[in-house]
Design a protein around this ligand. Structure first.
Ligand SMILES: NC(=O)c1ccc[n+]([C@@H]2O[C@H](COP(=O)([O-])OP(=O)(O)OC[C@H]3O[C@@H](n4cnc5c(N)ncnc54)[C@H](O)[C@@H]3O)[C@@H](O)[C@H]2O)c1
Length: 379
């Protein structure tokens, strides 16, 4: 049953409770406001002014209830979906409570700040059948899913390597806007906050799981506890290598993120440069000449997802909510599911562990590792 089928159209909208009314929450509200299958019933924040400000920033939510305790909101509303948009160090406790009370999740990245907690959320989703859609926005951009299918089907031959850079400059004003930002306990640094979903996309595109990480991190110019620059190399199970650069120590008005995957018979690069998308997909023909496939993928995406898929480029959370709704109605896994949440936390904490111990580490991590194990690293 597709979400736009008659049965889905006749369903009562699924009640949603959003917990955490800060910066990213507005993107969630804008997405919910565009989907008929969802009804926002309550928002929660320890600061009631943030909740009021959020509700007045998006049209159509004037009658939404405000709570300051997430347990009360979940107990009273019994939502089908809980959206978790609080500081990262609080994701685990809220996600666990929501699932134990029968709610599906839209859980912001990173899933948790420790490997054991991420595994527990993943296992809880397996045990209960509840859906977890991660805030891994890059998987929801147009064309990436199509490219992934073609790489997986061997259209480009063997994957040799991939690279990402995420140069997402943030100044002191960003870091001083909330006490949790840039702390090991609640946020991590440029890799854990700004790069984790990009690492998730690169690994997903390359179609294999990470088996080893080697990394270095640095604190160059931002006055934070964690790193403002990190570089890492991952070895994947299929032998391919992935190179990662993530930083907030670049110019704040020039956010760029670029993904490239190199294969035997093609290479694919896509990215965002100050909000402008760019794409360069090349395949190698049998005569050795290259063919640009940008137009092919743009048309194919339009045929598959219509204008909606391109609207997701402007607000990928629209794609995440639609996917979560479809996943609940059709009982299937979301595109960025609980396993993606767990695996990316495991990889990221493996990167931190490697930086801390100055040696490569095997993935998945055998023992628990948590972001607070990095406390004092730059002292
Ligand atoms: N997927 C993305 O593109 C994306 C983008 C930005 C942020 N994020 C993630 O979203 C999360 C929130 O980030 P943000 O920048 O919006 O943070 P923020 O500080 O702007 O907002 C967090 C809000 O949570 C509230 N809060 C704190 N403790 C609470 C509690 N116990 N109960 C209810 N509310 C509580 C705060 O008062 C604040 O209003 C982080 O995990 C971040 O990594 C994801």
């Amino acid at each position: 049953m597709a979400a736009n089928s008659t049965a889905a159209n006749n369903m009562a909208p699924l009640p949603v409770v959003l917990i955490g009314c800060g910066r990213v929450a507005e993107k969630h509200l804008k997405a919910i406001s565009k989907l008929k299958g969802l009804a926002l019933k309550a928002v929660v924040d320890v600061n009631p002014d943030s909740a009021k400000r959020l509700l007045s920033s998006v049209k159509g939510f004037s009658d939404v209830k405000i709570f300051n305790d997430y347990k009360e909101a979940i107990d009273e509303i019994k939502p089908a979906i809980v959206s978790v948009t609080v500081p990262s160090g609080l994701h685990y406790q809220i996600a666990k409570y929501a699932m134990e009370h029968g709610s599906n999740l839209l859980l912001e990245k990173p899933m948790t700040m420790s490997v054991s907690e991420a595994r527990e959320i993943y296992e809880l989703s397996q045990k209960t059948g509840l859906k977890v859609a991660m805030g891994h926005i890059y998987r929801y951009l147009p064309i990436v899913g199509l490219v992934r299918e073609d790489i997986a089907e061997g259209k480009y031959g063997k994957v040799t390597h991939g690279t990402i850079y995420v140069r997402w400059g943030h100044g002191e004003d960003y870091y001083s806007s909330a006490a949790w930002r840039g702390t090991w306990k609640s946020d991590g640094g440029a890799l854990m906050n700004q790069t984790i979903h990009a690492i998730d996309l690169l690994v997903w595109l390359m179609g294999s799981e990470p088996e080893q990480a080697q990394a270095m991190i640095a604190k160059r110019i931002r006055n934070i506890e964690a790193e403002d620059l990190g570089m890492a190399v991952l070895k994947l199970e299929n032998g391919a290598l992935a190179q990662i650069e993530g930083t907030t120590a670049t110019i704040p008005s020039k956010h760029t993120a670029e993904f490239s995957v190199f294969c035997e018979n093609g290479q694919l690069s896509m990215g965002l440069d100050s909000g402008k998308p760019h794409l360069n997909i090349l395949s190698v023909k049998p005569d050795g000449k290259t063919k640009k496939l940008n137009g092919y993928y743009i048309r194919k995406q339009f045929k598959k997802g219509g204008l909606f898929s391109y609207k997701c480029a402007l607000n990928p959370h629209l794609g995440i909510y639609k996917d979560l709704f479809d996943s609940i109605v059709e009982n299937k896994a979301p595109i960025a599911d609980a396993y993606a949440g767990f695996s990316s936390v495991d990889t990221l904490l493996g990167i931190y562990k490697s930086a801390k111990e100055g040696r490569p580490v095997d993935l998945p991590l055998k023992d628990n590792f948590t972001s607070t194990d990095m406390t004092g690293f730059f002292n």
